[in-house]
Every structure is written in structure tokens, then in C-alpha cells.
Design a protein. Structure first.
Ligand code: OAD
Length: 236
């Protein structure tokens, strides 16, 4: 990787691998979520239309579970980077947990939404939500019983793509952490970054589908690789 002095603006993409060591299942690992539920049964608008009870129960369980998990050293290192990095920084996460924020990071964008919001499909307002949705509670704003999880399902547009591309255009370094490179548009960010002349670095447990697109790819657990890299970049 080029000298740190070349780098001022950083975009980081995180995926399920950054939260794996906090005890949250990744999607594509053996025993991961898709093992128990097929994606088309729980993570599509069609599934919600067909069997809302199943979908709401599934997300209620996930919401409850993530509230019992704690940030790990990878989240903590990224929070340190956020505190200490004076250049631009955007941590784009595909994760719907709040472990980046609970570790203390502020410059976080949830491109796939968050478990801790409910979205009212009647009035389009998103409200912080920690309880269940299966019991069809009323929207705190309009009173309609039209709340759904505020997560992006397959076939829906991820959030804030304009802001992500604007940050990539200004970036000097793009770092992908703990993501399989299987789900677009996030999987394409490395190529967008390369086209823009941005340096690219991957930190992942193993080679991912997109590893060959990166200038450098390091393999190992996020709890080790991320703190090491943050120390490199912020210096001691
Ligand atoms: P995946 O489960 O597809 O990939 C997780 C990646 O993390 C894999 O490449 C693992 O090798 C790696 N990994 C696992 N444990 C790790 C560890 N301890 N340290 C570092 N890396 C580790 O999850 P995502 O790429 O996040 O979308 O999946 C992307 C999207 O697919 C998700 O946001 C979700 C899913 O469908 C939606 O729900 C819209």
C-alpha cells in the first residue's frame, strides 16, 4: 500500500464478517442464516406479502439477538479510526446490527438498513425500534399498523447510493472488510473505486469472490487484521 501521507479520504465497506466474532452469523458460511431460512422465504418483499408472520417473527428474533451481542476488536479499531482520522471517512456497512455505533463510530452509513428501526409503509417515517413487530404495533407517527423492518430486502434499492458514490469519488483509499463480494451493488464498489483511481485493500478471513480486484488482499480474522491496519494508518 502507498505511503500513508498519500491518503486523506477513506471509504470502508463492512459486511457480516466484521460482526462474526461478536457471535452474529454470517450469511454464506456453513450453518449461516441461509441454512435455516431460504432467502426467498424471509428477505424479499414477495415473502413479506406471502407470509408476513414468518418474516416479522424472523426479524423480531434477529433484532432481539443482536441486542445481546457486543462489539469486537474490529469494531473498536474502526471506532478509533473514526475518532482519530482527520480526513474524510465513511464506514459503509451492509450489516443491520448497530455494533459499529456501539463501539463508538459515528461516520457510519447503513446501506442495507438497520434492525433497530421500524419503517411505516403508510406514512414513510422510520422510528427507532427495539421491541417486536409481530404483534402489529401502531406507527408512533401516524397510528397505522403498517410497520415493517427497516432492512433492504432482495429486489429493493440499497440506501444512500448517491452519498456512497460521492464519497468514493473523493476517496484515496477503499477498504473492504469481512464481505464475500457476492451481493451487488456493494460487491461492485471495488471496481468503481479502481475506475476512479482509488487504492483498494481487502481484509477478509479468506479469499473472496472479488479478491482479485483489490490492489492488496490480507486474509485472517477481522479482530486481528483490522486493529493491525488501523495502527498502520493512524500510527502510534
Ligand atoms: P457473507 O456471509 O456473504 O460474507 C461474509 C464474509 O466474511 C465471507 O467472505 C467470510 O469469509 C468473511 N468472514 C467470516 N468470518 C470472518 C472474520 N472473523 N473475519 C473476517 N472475515 C470473516 O456476508 P456479506 O458479504 O456481508 O444483504 O453479505 C452481503 C449481504 O448479503 C448482506 O448484507 C445481506 C446478504 O444477503 C441483505 O440482506 C440485503
Amino acid at each position: 500500500m502507498a505511503d500513508r501521507s498519500d491518503i486523506r479520504n477513506i471509504v470502508i465497506l463492512t459486511g457480516a464478517g466484521v460482526s462474526a466474532e461478536s457471535g452474529i452469523d454470517t450469511f454464506r458460511a456453513e450453518g449461516g442464516l441461509w441454512e435455516q431460512h431460504r432467502v426467498e422465504d424471509v428477505a424479499t418483499p414477495e415473502a413479506f406479502e406471502r407470509d408476513p408472520e414468518l418474516v416479522l417473527r424472523f426479524y423480531d428474533m434477529r433484532r432481539e439477538a443482536i441486542q445481546t451481542k457486543q462489539p469486537n476488536p474490529a469494531h473498536e479499531a474502526l471506532a478509533k479510526l473514526d475518532r482519530e482520522w482527520s480526513g474524510e471517512l465513511l464506514i459503509v456497512t451492509q450489516n443491520v446490527d448497530d455494533l459499529h455505533e456501539r463501539a463508538g463510530a459515528n461516520r457510519v452509513l447503513h446501506m442495507h438498513g438497520t434492525h433497530l428501526n421500524a419503517w411505516c409503509t403508510a406514512c414513510d417515517i422510520r422510528s427507532p425500534w427495539r421491541g417486536t413487530l409481530i404483534d402489529r404495533p401502531a406507527c408512533p407517527d401516524c397510528g397505522e399498523k403498517a410497520l415493517r423492518p427497516d432492512v433492504v430486502w432482495f429486489g429493493e434499492m440499497p440506501y444512500e447510493m448517491d452519498r456512497i458514490f460521492a464519497a468514493l469519488r473523493e476517496a484515496d483509499l477503499f477498504v473492504s472488510i469481512g464481505t464475500s463480494g457476492a451481493v451487488y451493488p456493494a460487491a461492485g464498489f471495488v471496481r468503481n473505486a479502481r475506475d476512479l483511481g482509488v487504492q483498494t485493500l481487502e481484509l477478509n478471513l479468506e479469499a473472496s469472490q472479488g479478491s482479485h480486484w483489490f490492489d492488496e488482499s490480507r486474509h485472517g480474522p477481522a479482530s486481528v487484521l483490522v486493529p493491525e491496519w488501523v495502527e498502520e494508518i493512524v500510527g502510534r
